[in-house]
Ligand binder design. Structure first.
Ligand code: FAD
Length: 483
């Protein structure tokens, strides 16, 4: 339990008065629910947790924080994987939960837009669009818990990014509470708008370090009327890329998902998860799950996909394959994709590396990574999987009991060094949070770091917004109540 100063107590009293007592959570509950990240790695007691109900309340609260020099940690569904939504620094920090800003403000089905508040859970946004016969295509494993504000703040990618892009491509406008408490209303529905710097793009992916997103206008699409899924077994990632190129030539943008699975991970998953149905023999090195979809009812996607897979088999690109002909079979295929994640969680501690590279560099990247890990610690299990179509690999290392802390650190160091040699990214879709702050300093050029720091200090000169995330402020540049 942290000791509060008189300044902090006066802040808490003012916040209570402002929002009402049921909108402020303090003490053990604050730490347990809001001060602990999804993976339970980062735990820190916030000064308090505020649960405002409107953009105006967020703005007033941020002004109060600014006047007391209290740090502001925006929190959505708290499913982020880099510790971005929980306090990180020694200064007084208030978590602002957006959960109560959860209204769908407007749907324009004809114009293809939806305007929602930041605290809407992603699945609710998908459902609201579907009720009007439209698709909001952002789709990820945490969609039942993560909020649209958090997805935008982290520029989430997920399973459909290959077809529709990441959150960045899905946002038309934003409403943001700035670090001084002013509200920027940028809720536009324009597809074309070249009126100077695109400030919304600066906010997207800024992980709560530049302002609090309170609402967003998003793009909607036609709902696919036909979907087809298949699973292919392959000898190499090179073959997987050849298959992707063929499918894109045949189906163009109708390829929605192209997910890679490591045979090693699937074999382990089958041992750990008894409910996993064996839809293909598990002896192959690699597997890909393909989903194609179209809004046209005329096309017989199953037939087309079956033909493409047969041709790929004749040409030696795929070793084996299965097409899902029912919804339940499609679910079985997606279960394989999700099984790797679940089996890893049940297996025990692991090192996670969310990395990306140019598509043609991925085979060499994975080959090198797979070589380096056992050389550092025998018995660890390197498993590569993820959104191959986007060049995004989750290279996770299931740790053995014998692996020491310094060996684990060495593994990650080597992974990121190889990613650097191949000009890839050390964070493809999960962001920086507090987890990768030091790593960012190592991999970004001095020019990029300087420009990022200047942007941060131009918008948030007192460093109130999400302290200790993405960029670390140098000592001596803190607010009044800094620890
Ligand atoms: C099982 C699982 C699967 C996942 N799959 C994917 C995936 O496929 N692709 C992917 O990209 N990510 C994935 N993630 C990571 C995570 O779900 C996403 O990053 C998600 O977008 C985070 O949303 P959230 O509401 O939980 O945000 P939080 O975790 O609450 O916050 C994340 C960051 O955004 C900031 N933030 C939150 N809300 C706001 C706001 N309104 N304004 C300003 N800043 C804000 C926080 O301060 C923090 O820095 C997965 C996570 C889990 C647990």
């Amino acid at each position: 339990m942290r000791r509060t100063s008189s300044d902090e107590r006066s802040f808490a009293a003012a916040a209570r008065q402002l929002l009402g007592p049921d909108s402020l959570v303090e003490g053990a509950a604050a730490t347990e629910i809001y001060g602990t990240d999804w993976r339970g790695v980062y735990v820190r007691e916030p000064l308090a947790v505020a649960r405002p109900r409107s953009t105006q309340e967020v703005a007033t609260l941020v002004r109060l924080c600014a006047s007391h020099g209290v740090g502001v940690v925006p929190q959505g569904g708290n499913t982020g994987l880099c510790g971005g939504a929980v306090p990180a620094s020694d200064r007084s920090e208030v978590v602002i939960s957006l959960a109560r800003l959860n209204k769908v403000r407007n749907i324009d089905a004809l114009g293809g837009t939806i305007t929602v508040e930041a605290g809407c859970v992603l699945q609710r946004v998908q459902e609201a669009a579907a009720e009007q016969g439209r698709l909001f295509p952002l789709r990820l494993g945490a969609e039942g818990s993560c909020q649209i504000g958090g997805c935008i703040a982290t520029n989430a990618g997920g399973m459909n990014a290959l077809r529709y892009g990441t959150a960045r491509q899905l946002v038309l406008g934003l409403e943001v509470v700035l670090p001084d408490g002013r509200i920027w209303n940028g809720l536009r529905s324009l597809h074309k708008d070249n009126t100077g710097y695109d400030l919304k793009q600066l906010m997207i992916g800024s992980e709560g370090t530049l302002g609090i997103i309170t609402a967003a206008t998003l793009r909607l699409f036609p709902i696919p009327q036909r979907r087809s899924h298949c699973l292919a077994a392959l000898a190499s990632i090179e073959d997987a890329l050849a298959l992707l190129a063929r499918l894109q030539a045949a189906f163009d943008a109708q390829v929605m998902s192209f997910e890679l699975m490591d045979g090693e991970g699937l074999r382990a998953a089958e041992r750990i998860l008894p409910q996993m149905r064996r839809v293909l023999p598990l002896s192959h090195p690699w597997y890909v799950l393909v989903e194609v979809a179209t809004a046209s009812v005329q096309l017989d996607l199953d037939d087309m996909l079956a033909m493409e897979m047969a041709d790929a088999s004749v040409d030696g690109i795929i070793a084996d394959g299965v097409l899902a002909t029912t919804i339940s079979q499609a679910r079985d295929l997606w279960f394989w994709r999700e099984a790797i994640v679940e089996a890893e969680r049940r297996n025990g501690p692991s090192l996670k590396h969310d990395i990306s590279a140019a598509l043609t560099a991925i085979p060499a990247l994975v080959r090198e990574l797979k070589k380096v890990v056992p050389a550092i610690s025998q018995g660890t299990r390197p498993v590569a999987f993820g959104h191959l179509g986007d060049g995004n690999i989750h290279f996770n290392v299931w740790l053995s009991k014998d692996c020491t802390g310094s060996q684990a650190a060495k593994i990650s160091e080597q992974v990121y060094a190889i990613v650097g040699q191949l000009h890839g990214s050390v964070s493809a879709e999960h962001g920086i949070g507090q987890h990768k702050v030091d790593l960012l300093r190592q991999v970004k050029s001095p020019i990029e770091l300087e420009l990022m720091a200047r942007v941060k200090s131009a918008i948030d000169p007192s460093g109130l917004m999400n302290p200790g995330k993405v960029l670390r402020r140098e000592a001596g540049a803190r607010g009044r109540m800094a620890g």
